[in-house]
Design a protein around this ligand. Structure first.
Ligand code: MN
Length: 436
């Protein structure tokens, strides 16, 4: 598990002025990695700092890195971050220390890096973000008992308390924030009980939190729970867009087309080390719940396996956008409500011998909590399709309509530390494609 060091020092400020704003997602204590394109350029690796992106290839070209930090910067500078994710955690850590030194006010290279700022820093407003990794496999777990309880009409099946339940998602349709979400077509139950094929009438979102896998394990060699954190490179926000009518008609084996039409992630990967100040105890299980099986049990995980991340989802309809209204917050929750830790999800995933690879994406499931405002999808908020939610301007929503935007944000905060964010995880619904 990553430890606190000088890169988390709340006194540290950057010579990049926008990184010192109290509401920025990307202060110098964050330094997440992502893949961006300059106008007309090729995808390349970068680091978010304030409202700028540090161009890693440009910084390498200027000779600003050496040793382990240079090796890690080369692994991160290409068109996807998989080579960086595959390295030992110490390599990303060396790069983080060097980046923090390069970008901090009063640092050893402030004058040199500052004089190169024009070449090193790209305004985010002029860049396009790409997927941070080639996602070989995407797994979506379902690890909020609050979510399962409301979706299941008041009960949680015992299996959810014995193991982190998940399904193999679709990696090819994962997109970064901003990609349009076309309403899917599919088979669903018609009024007379017959199957019909048509546009999904009950389009929903699920607010989730996700981990990118770092180092791999060999096929047949499980990841012990005590080492699972070292196989997680970092974290992003995720929207598991869900077509409820298609999902519940088809779901004999698990979700399939109801979940595969598109998944949105935030483009920046906040590293395991950046999250060190925001570690917290794992979810405390009710006494009556089954004991944690040995292969998922670790004292360190119980004490520190949780993450304190405030998560919100907002909705903006086409009418709100035309009026210039701000998005309306409809979910406020926290990752602490998740029953299993991400380390337990990863250890369970590999427990049968499945090999996890750098850049694989593992999502938590809908991050719902006990409070009404912590219902983290529409199907919970609308009480399984029986009570529409109210929006400003007299509108209401049971399910998402064409033109609706869902905007997910996350922020990690702790007294005595500088809070960090994840960037946007947004998508707008477009009408189903007309098809004969
Ligand atoms: Mn989900």
């Amino acid at each position: 598990m990553a430890e606190l060091n000088e890169t988390h020092d709340p006194g540290r400020r950057s010579w990049v002025a926008s990184a010192n704003a109290s509401d920025t997602d990307f202060p110098i204590q964050n330094l997440p990695f992502g893949v961006f394109r300059r106008a007309g350029g090729e995808p390349q690796g970068g680091v978010a700092i304030g409202d700028r992106i540090l161009d890693l290839a440009a910084a390498l070209h200027e000779g600003l890195f050496e040793g382990d930090a240079a090796a890690a910067a080369r692994a991160a500078a290409g068109d996807r971050l998989n080579p960086l994710m595959a390295l030992e955690p110490a390599a990303a850590s060396a790069l983080r220390r060097r980046l923090s030194d390069l970008l901090r006010a009063g640092g050893p290279d402030e004058a040199r890096a500052g004089s190169l700022a024009e070449r090193l820093l790209v305004p985010m407003a002029e860049a396009t973000m790409e997927l941070p990794a080639r996602i070989g496999d995407y797994t979506d777990f379902s690890c909020s008992t609050h979510h399962m309880m409301r979706m299941g009409g008041g009960t949680v099946r015992p299996v959810f308390l014995h193991l982190p339940v998940g399904y193999h998602g679709r990696a090819s349709s994962v997109r970064v924030s901003g990609a349009e979400v076309t309403r899917p077509l599919g088979q669903l139950a018609g009024k007379d009980g017959q199957a019909i094929f048509g546009p999904e009438p009950q389009l929903d979102f699920e607010l989730e939190f996700a981990a990118f896998v770092g180092r791999s394990n060999a096929l047949g060699q499980p990841i012990p729970i005590g080492q699972a954190e070292d196989h997680i490179f970092g974290y992003s926000l995720l929207n598991d867009w869900s077509a409820r009518a298609i999902q519940f008609f088809e779901m004999a084996l698990g979700p399939f087309l109801g979940k595969s039409f598109l998944t949105t992630i935030s483009p920046w990967v906040v590293t395991q080390e950046a999250m060190a100040p925001f570690r917290t105890a794992a979810f405390v299980r009710p006494e009556a719940d089954p004991p944690i099986p040995a292969y998922l049990r670790s004292e360190a995980d119980r004490r520190q396996g949780g993450l304190d991340v405030r998560l919100e989802a907002s909705l903006r309809t086409g009418a709100m956008r035309r009026r210039g209204d701000p998005p309306q917050r409809i979910v406020a929750t926290n990752f602490r409500h998740i029953y299993w830790t991400l380390a337990q999800m990863l250890a369970h995933h590999a427990s049968g011998g499945c090999d996890m690879r750098p850049g694989d994406l593992v999502a938590s499931g809908t991050v719902s909590g006990p409070e009404d405002e912590a219902k983290a999808c529409l199907m919970e908020a609308n009480e399984r399709g029986t009570r529409a939610i109210s929006l400003p301007g007299g509108e209401s929503r049971m399910w998402l309509e064409d033109g609706d935007e869902v905007l997910i944000r996350g922020r990690a905060e702790r007294d005595g530390f500088v809070s960090i964010g994840f960037g946007p995880c947004d998508g707008r619904v477009a009408a189903a494609e007309a098809r004969a």
